[in-house]
Ligand binder design. Structure first.
Ligand code: AMP
Length: 411
């Protein structure tokens, strides 16, 4: 809605500026893809694929899905266009709507927007540190300083299977104490039990074997490099050994940025490494890492913070409003507006033929800094009153001097 669009644009602009500084290029993947792409990448047993996809058949009876996230579409696109062969280290960003048939609640929508990045080609832990640092830079620039970065390692295909078996054995022993969903997860996706929000499950999880104790040496070294690099960059983080995230493709580093200003859905950004996905989707083996920021939630935090700071929301000042009485005056106003806008100033007039009183009200509503009032007399004199709406000061300014006068006042 127009009243909140300034915040959206500020976030989008900040992200773009920071992405450019870190040498990312934009990619715009399609809104829908073959359903198969998502079930193969995100995982058949995840909530997203098993119950949240907007899937439909097109006129040729192909199964298509509105993208629930953009990593898989980006990977598909770069494999198809052979981008990885031309450029071994590829840094991309995207922005746009995503679709998940979620149970709607504050912070969970069926169409929502993400801005995200992906880096392909390097398994260096410095890359993980760089993107986490970049996310923290974005939030700092938006003045959101009380966010917390949670970080974990979910291991890789060498060490995770052993851990999952160990976890299964543990939960099988404690099956009666976990919720119905987790009993199902035990068969389909036991790792997800770790981040079940149900308090009884949480109690069982507390004593469960820890992923960090099962990591292989390579994964341990990788994780230690990531967190020591973050410390070097003065990024505050918390190790959270229950953080597993809702998509199956992650390997090693996973992270989430959470806000204490939001309710249950408190993550504003999530991401991690996915070293096997490119190969699984038919490309040559290419390590990769990335994150996605959820725009609706960042907007919500920013609105709350600006309310707490007592700032006006959604009010956008304009430099000048021309209150013109009658057709001829409106035409003069029309010409003057062109000159004023050429000077880079924001200006508008009323085309509805309202009374002077109603036009002054409109100027107030638009938070105009100045109003220029042209009536019949003014048309003869070629000069009119310029009124400062804040101080109520007025002065006569000739038509042909108006744009210079305003330009001077604005600078
Ligand atoms: P994910 O793609 O699940 O890793 O989510 C990344 C970020 O997108 C989350 O941290 C949220 O900020 C946001 N997000 C995910 N799902 C939704 C949703 N249904 N509604 C609003 N934001 C969402």
């Amino acid at each position: 809605m127009p009243s909140e669009i300034d915040i959206w644009q500020k976030i989008e602009k900040t992200c773009r500026e920071i992405f450019e500084l870190f040498n990312y290029r934009e990619i715009r993947p399609p809104i829908f893809e073959s359903t198969d792409l998502f079930s193969r990448s995100i995982g058949k047993e995840t909530d997203i694929v098993s119950k949240e996809m907007y899937t439909f058949h097109d006129r040729s009876n192909r199964s298509l899905t509105l993208r629930p996230e953009a990593t898989a579409p980006v990977v598909r696109a770069i494999i198809e266009d052979n981008l990885l062969q031309q450029n071994q280290q590829l840094k991309l960003y995207y922005q746009g709507p995503m679709f998940r048939y979620e149970r709607q609640q504050a912070g969970r929508y069926r169409q929502f927007h993400q801005i995200g990045v992906e880096i392909f080609g390097s398994n260096n832990p410095l890359v993980d540190a760089e993107i986490i640092y970049m996310a923290s830079k974005i939030f700092n620039k938006l003045n959101l300083n009380d966010l917390v970065i949670n970080i974990n390692s979910v291991g890789d295909k060498n060490c995770r299977p052993n851990y999952i078996n160990e976890l299964k054995r543990y939960f099988e022993k404690n099956q009666r104490q976990v919720c119905h969903d987790c009993t199902k997860r035990l068969e389909t996706n036991p790792l997800r039990i770790l981040d079940c929000k149900n308090p009884t499950c949480q109690n069982v999880v507390k004593l469960a074997p820890k992923l960090k104790d099962s990591l292989c040496n390579e994964c341990k070294m990788h994780f230690n490099r990531v967190i020591s690099s973050l410390s070097k960059l003065n990024v505050n983080y918390q190790i959270n050994d229950q953080l597993v995230r809702g998509l199956d493709y992650y390997t090693r580093t996973t992270f989430e940025v959470v806000s204490n200003q939001l309710g249950a859905q408190n993550a504003v950004c999530g991401g991690g490494r996915y070293d096997d996905l490119v190969e699984e989707l038919g490309g040559k083996s290419t390590p990769a890492t990335g994150f996605a920021i959820g725009l609706e939630r960042v907007v919500e935090v920013m609105q709350k913070m600006s309310l707490q700071r007592g700032e006006d929301q959604g009010v956008k000042e304009i430099d000048l409003f021309i209150a013109a009485m009658g057709e001829e005056a409106q035409m003069i106003g029309f010409e003057l507006l062109t000159k004023i806008r050429e000077k880079g100033l924001t200006a508008d007039q009323d085309y509805l033929g309202k009374s002077l009183k109603a036009q002054m009200k409109a100027a107030d509503h638009l938070a105009a800094k100045y109003v220029y009032i042209i009536g019949e007399e003014e048309l003869v004199k070629k000069t009119a009153i310029l009124r400062n709406m804040k101080t109520a000061e007025q002065k006569e300014v000739a038509f042909d001097k108006l744009s210079e006068e305003l330009h001077g006042l604005a600078n």
